[in-house]
Design a protein around this ligand. Structure first.
Ligand code: PLP
Length: 379
């Protein structure tokens, strides 16, 4: 049976520049040559230069290749930061109350105690953050760091405005707390103005930034990176023992992105925006009387709120039968609360599949209601 993957945060497969990358590969491999006989440590310099340029242009601050370390996907950076900054199991890490499920899994596995900060339509609430920091300091258990997704938040799609970002940094630095800005979706932007990263807004070494090539090119490359100013950069790198990541992948991407980065991003975002619009239109025509959903200006997720009387297991079973995969609300909640939400990742499925599946998702939501409003729709 064909599956329709609205669960994984993947990019548009048809956009992937296979032929173009292949065209750059031979020269890129020749350029690395005998350096393949060595460990790459911080990673391929050419790619770090392209990335430094990319970040400088987007963020409007000078970024240096020496402050970047390439990672096997940004997930490695997410993990390494906790390994470097945690002292013992039970240490506290603050996150938005809803956040990336992969981060929740790894931090829990590392023994961290996660404390979720409530959110509003602009992201993490600063009053709640300040109260929590105050309380934790009073108890003598300050958090090791704040992990935040201020830009095209996963799963809600929220873009935190600059004023809120400045407030967050102020409060964090007042309590001498490290801030991790996971900007994984930074270049997946569709409408309106962009907002600067925490890294661009303050020069404190206590702000760590991470990003990825997964969401512009594809996660199969396993290329992400960490950016931090000294001494934080060295403090984290001291905990890295894997010898660095593949020079092969990095050198080919460097050669390709040097010539094509912004053209490629523009083309890929054009398609992703169409997909976002198609998901929103499908929801509008199938469930606008019973559901609400986000209209993200970037990223690849729509966060759908369904009626609280929907039987989650029935919904899953109905959609499984159709081969439709989606993200369950509880997977993104710091306490795994069974909230009445689902996440639709719209990057991977084709437009045609989106047109076909969103009404089916709508019908399944209706058919899974336990109380009055259930309608007789065959699914
Ligand atoms: C917010 C966030 N951070 C990090 C990652 C990890 O991505 P990768 O390791 O592919 O760079 C993801 C993947 O979905 C994500 O959504």
């Amino acid at each position: 049976m064909k599956t329709y993957d609205f669960r994984s945060g993947c990019t548009d497969p048809a956009s992937f520049p296979t032929a173009n990358l292949a065209g750059y590969a031979v020269q890129a491999i020749n350029d690395v040559g005998i350096d393949f006989a060595r460990y790459p440590e911080q990673g391929h310099l050419g790619l770090r230069e392209v990335i430094a340029e990319r970040e400088s242009q987007r963020e409007g601050v000078k970024v240096f290749p020496d402050n970047i370390s390439l990672m096997n996907g940004s997930m490695q950076a997410v993990t390494l930061i906790a390994e470097a900054l945690m002292e013992k199991p039970g240490d506290i890490i603050l996150t938005e109350e809803l956040t990336y499920s992969g981060t929740l899994s790894i931090y829990k596995r590392l023994g961290a105690q996660l404390v979720g900060i409530p959110m509003d339509e602009h992201g993490m609430r600063i009053d709640a953050l300040e109260n929590t920091l105050n309380e934790l300091h009073r108890k003598g258990t300050p958090p090791r760091f704040i992990y935040s997704l201020p830009t095209y938040h996963n799963p809600t799609g929220i873009l935190m405005p600059k004023s809120r970002r400045l407030e967050l940094i102020d409060v964090a630095l007042k309590y001498n707390t490290v801030v991790v800005d996971d900007n994984c979706y930074g270049d997946v932007h569709f409408d309106g103005k962009k907002e600067p990263s925490f890294y661009a807004l303050n020069e404190s070494p206590n702000i760590i930034y991470l990003c990825s090539l997964s969401k512009i090119l594809g996660p199969g490359l396993r290329l992400g990176y960490l950016l931090a100013r000294p001494p934080m950069f060295d403090r984290i790198m001291e905990r890295r023992f894997d010898g660095g990541n593949s020079l092969l992948a990095a050198s080919i991407c460097a050669a390709y992105l040097k010539d094509n980065l912004w053209d490629y991003v523009t083309k890929a975002n054009f398609i992703l925006k169409k997909k976002r619009d198609a998901v929103c239109a499908g929801l509008e025509s199938s469930v606008n009387d019973i559901c609400t959903w986000s209209h993200p200006v970037g990223g690849i997720f729509i966060w759908v709120k369904f009626p609280s009387d929907v039987d989650r297991l029935k919904l899953e079973a109905l959609l499984n039968k159709k081969g439709i995969l989606y993200g369950h609300g509880s997977a993104y909640h710091v306490k795994e609360q069974d909230i009445p939400y689902l996440r639709l990742a719209f990057g991977y499925c084709s437009l045609e599949d989106i047109h076909k599946c969103i009404p089916l998702i709508g019908q399944a939501i209706r058919a899974s209601r336990k109380t009055m409003a259930q309608t007789q729709v065959a699914v």
